[in-house]
Design a protein around this ligand. Structure first.
Ligand SMILES: [Fe+2]
Length: 382
């Protein structure tokens, strides 16, 4: 029904301007349409927020900065040394997507950073070198290319390098999400008890588990030791702290001759071996293989994704823009963007390591994914 203009307040515009001044002074948002010619303007405005954009960080550009940081910053200057990939649309925020950040970390020979712990969940993924080190809750883990190491929320952890060569790894944290939920804490003073029971401040944790503990206990799919405690300090994150590359690569290889997914190619998820669910309540991780020449159909989901290229090269179309990628490049697909991937090589695989906030969306019952069928129709992907 059209409201007759004659029924309007005769000084409407000037009175609205006065009202606007009052509401601004009182920190009130005027939830109504300023222009009733635009359909649903009031509710559309409510859905405006700063969204991350698709972006790629080329490892060839980042590595010289990382190397220089390794020269200039030592563990006496700073207990941590990483370059965090910040989304260009999320100005002023330390975030790769609205929920996660990814970083490249360089570890100089024979350095170990002091232990700390915090509420955000984190992972490390080995890129170069074979002597990356993370001690987590008393399990000393030396790792190299393709190995995934968990440092779940509330677990004490040291990082470093146990060898003489350079070592670079990727970090991914859910910290932007945890900050939004007002749930971030950090603790820096790590204590151990001496033989008299006195608390001694330590930089580095004593090993309390064999250094192959995660493999020994959880490395055999389908067999779960009942004589071991699976509570390693957090209770609700995966107790398997390292997932080695060789069995992960083999798991992809075992699926090579299967059809795979039209939207993902061959995809395996890193799971908590005690539940079969994502290792964290906020993030999960995948190894993805695009076989030679394989191209996926387009899909979009409201989970945000961060991809790091492990092997091969190819391109992705994200939100209508093409991003070409090579080993160790990292690119993000913010939730809501259409994406499709292609391995351009007729002879080599392309392998991607994928970080996703899917578990957080699923826990909150918001998760949705859609894809284009080969005929171009829209379909829900379960
Ligand atoms: Fe940390």
């Amino acid at each position: 029904m059209t409201v007759a203009k004659t029924s309007r307040h005769h000084n409407r515009d000037s009175e609205l301007a006065i009202l606007h001044e009052r509401t601004q002074a009182l920190n009130l948002y005027e939830f109504w349409s300023a222009n009733n010619e635009t359909e649903h303007e009031a509710t559309n405005n409510l859905q405006k927020f700063t969204k991350a954009v698709p972006h790629i960080w080329k490892y060839a550009d980042v590595f010289p900065c990382l190397e220089k940081a390794g020269e200039l910053i030592d563990m006496y200057d700073s207990e941590r040394r990483s370059l965090i990939m910040c989304n260009p649309a999320l100005e002023g925020q330390i975030a790769t997507t609205t929920t996660m950040f990814a970083a490249y970390r360089i570890n100089n020979p024979n350095e170990i950073a002091p232990a700390h712990r915090h509420s955000p969940n984190a992972i490390r993924f080995g890129l170069t070198g074979s002597t990356n080190f993370t001690g987590v809750e008393g399990e000393d883990i030396t790792f190299g290319f393709g190995d995934l190491v968990l440092t779940p929320h509330d677990t004490w952890h040291n990082h470093g390098n146990e060898g003489e060569g350079g070592a670079v790894n990727l970090s991914v944290l859910d910290m932007p999400l945890v900050n939004t939920l007002n749930a971030t804490y950090f603790e820096h003073d790590y204590f151990e008890e001496d033989e008299k029971g006195e608390k001694i401040l330590k930089d580095v944790q004593e090993a309390r588990f064999p250094n192959d503990y995660s493999q020994r206990v959880y490395g055999n799919g389908g067999l779960l030791p009942r004589s071991e405690s699976h509570h390693r300090g957090t209770g609700d994150a995966s107790p398997m702290y390292v997932y080695r590359w060789e069995p992960t690569r083999q798991a992809l290889e075992n699926l090579r001759d299967r059809d795979g997914s039209l939207y993902d190619g061959v995809l395996v998820e890193y799971v908590d071996p005690t539940t079969g669910q994502a290792p964290y309540s906020t993030m999960t991780f995948f190894a993805q293989m695009l076989r030679p020449g394989e191209a996926t159909l387009a899909s979009k989901q409201n989970a945000s994704l961060i991809y790091t290229v492990i092997e091969g090269s190819g391109h992705s179309i994200i939100g209508g823009r093409r991003f070409d990628w090579n080993p160790f490049d990292t690119f993000c697909v913010p939730g809501g963007e259409w994406v499709e991937h292609a391995n351009g090589s007729p002879s080599n695989d392309a392998i991607l390591f994928v970080s996703s906030d899917e578990p957080a969306l699923k826990a909150l019952r918001f998760y949705m994914r859609h894809g284009r069928t080969p005929e171009g129709d829209l379909a829900v992907i379960s």
